[in-house]
Design a protein around this ligand. Structure first.
Ligand code: UD1
Ligand code: CA
Length: 469
């Protein structure tokens, strides 16, 4: 097979989005649409891609070049004069390519599946057509180009909706916007197209009619019409998001994950989940998050770029770039920030924030604590209200707490400071000096009891009261 390149059109203004941001950079399933399209084409074997950019092209180019595993060439379309003009600019980046086929895709169709693209390529090769395009039958074809066929059922062209007659508008077979072209054939017909249509654009769809006059145009019907949704406005964006989200959840359900309410559960594409994990409503798993087996997440959990072991429970908590060992319990109302590393069986309770700190096996931070830049050993108990004072207004300083230490409630650990293995810190202490292993540190005002003080006061009040009467 000759070299196979894909040309992805992403220069359009995306006027209907009414956005400052180029349409193809709007995220679907947590990633810019353009990157979704690129990954799908790569999966189908089209890992050499020309991306045609125009409107805020630098940003689009940057996003396109960030996709792993693809060779990307950027082509600039200076004016958005239509999809055929965009392809013509794209082909300039392939000037050295004498023959073969070229796939053309639109950057705004993020729901395509790799299998569909591969099927299109197979049909194209089998039939030897000049052009093979993906079609769909829709109950509501509004907005799409309609497929025109002759008496014998052969595809003879595509008519755009604004140019269609009422009879043509009634056709419910539409152009999905994915094509394989014979490169030489496409190069011949592109310069012959004219913008004499309602939108005054050079339509790529007109190339289809020209090629049909010269040879075979084959069509491949898409199995699942959902796949071809083109995102032109924010209503379609939300629809695409929902479809993608459901696909991801259905994949994980098939893999043995319980999703109690798919309507309120959001799992990103790069997330990995272990068997028998249960996702309760309002769970958001984002970025490169990995969960082990038998976890119970939610209700109300947001976990971003984190790694959790087996049997972890998280409820009403936010985790960002955290590592959590097996059988830890997090929340309710906990916040693990970047660099929080919990060994196994750690308990992090309510109103606890942990940042850039490691917590040893079986340790507990049950309530109302801030732990930052700390190394906490195993079997440690941090009492309610324990605070590591890690910041002096200029720099951050470390706190170290040895295995088996017990930190009494409402303790401030003024870093840099170390509490040795097995040491105790009395409640209410402000610790500014290191505590040796197995010692008790008390650092607070000493209590003095004034015997009978209250009773005397009441007695005085009594006398005064009787004088006033
Ligand atoms: C297009 C098809 C239509 C098809 C539909 C499928 C044409 C003329 N029409 O319509 O038959 O049913 O897609 O979703 O092709 N673009 C450029 N440069 C331009 C114009 C567009 O790069 O000058 C890019 C856009 O950024 C977009 C893609 O091409 O990613 C498609 O353009 P769009 O305006 O969305 O075409 P549709 O009207 O949806
Ligand atoms: Ca479109």
């Amino acid at each position: 097979m000759a070299e196979a390149w894909a040309v992805i059109l992403a220069a359009g203004l995306g006027t209907r989005m009414r956005s400052e941001r180029p349409k193809v950079l709007h995220p679907v399933g947590g990633r810019p649409m353009i990157q979704k399209v690129q990954s799908v084409l790569r999966e189908a074997g089209f890992d050499q891609q020309v991306v045609v950019v125009g409107h805020r092209g630098e940003e689009v180019a940057q996003a396109a070049q960030a996709v792993p595993g693809v060779t990307v060439r950027i082509a600039h379309q200076p004016q958005q004069r239509g999809t055929a003009d965009a392809v013509a600019h794209g082909l300039q980046a392939l000037a050295s390519l004498a023959e073969g086929q070229v796939l053309v895709a639109y950057g705004d169709t993020p729901l395509l599946r790799a299998g569909t693209v591969a099927e299109l390529a197979r049909t194209h090769r089998r039939t030897g057509a000049l052009c093979t395009l993906l079609t769909a039958r829709l109950t509501d074809p509004t907005g799409y180009g309609r497929i025109l066929r002759d008496q014998a059922g052969r595809c003879i062209g595509v008519v755009e909706e604004p140019d269609a007659t009422p009879e043509q508008r009634a056709i419910n077979e539409i152009n999905a916007g994915l094509y394989l072209f014979d490169l030489a054939g496409l190069r011949q017909v592109l310069p012959q197209l004219s913008p004499a249509n309602r939108q005054q654009e050079f339509y790529l769809t007109d190339a289809v009619a020209s090629l049909a006059a010269r040879g075979l145009v084959a069509t491949v019907p898409v199995a699942d019409p959902e796949e071809i949704l083109g995102v032109n406005d924010r209503i379609q964006l939300a629809r695409a998001e929902k479809i993608l989200r459901r696909r991801i959840l259905e994949y994980w359900m098939a893999e043995g994950v319980t999703v109690v309410d798919p309507d309120t559960t959001f799992v990103g594409e790069e997330v990995r989940l272990g068997q028998d994990t249960v996702l309760l409503p309002f769970t958001f798993l984002e970025g490169q998050t990995t969960l082990g087996r038998g976890c119970r997440i939610g209700p109300n959990a947001r976990i971003i770029g984190s790694r959790l072991g087996d049997g972890v429970e998280v409820q009403m908590a936010v985790l960002v770039e955290a590592h959590v060992g097996d059988r830890c319990q997090i929340g309710p109302f906990a916040y693990l920030r970047p660099g929080a590393r919990l060994a196994e069986r750690v308990k992090v309770g309510d109103f606890v924030e942990i940042k850039n700190s490691s917590i040893g096996a079986g340790s507990k931070v049950p309530h109302l604590s801030y732990v930052g830049d700390a190394t906490v050993g195993a079997g440690v108990n941090l009492g309610a209200g324990t605070i590591t004072c890690n910041y002096d207004g200029r720099r951050k300083h470390p706190t170290t707490i040895g295995d088996g230490a017990f930190i009494g409630s409402h303790t401030s650990l003024v870093a840099p400071v170390t509490v040795g293995d097995g040491a105790y810190v009395a409640a209410g202490s402000v610790i500014t000096k290191n505590v040796p292993p197995d010692a008790l540190a008390i650092a607070r005002g000493r209590q003095r009891n004034v015997e009978r003080w209250a009773a005397r006061r009441r007695a005085e009040d009594g006398e005064k009261g009787s004088r006033e009467r």
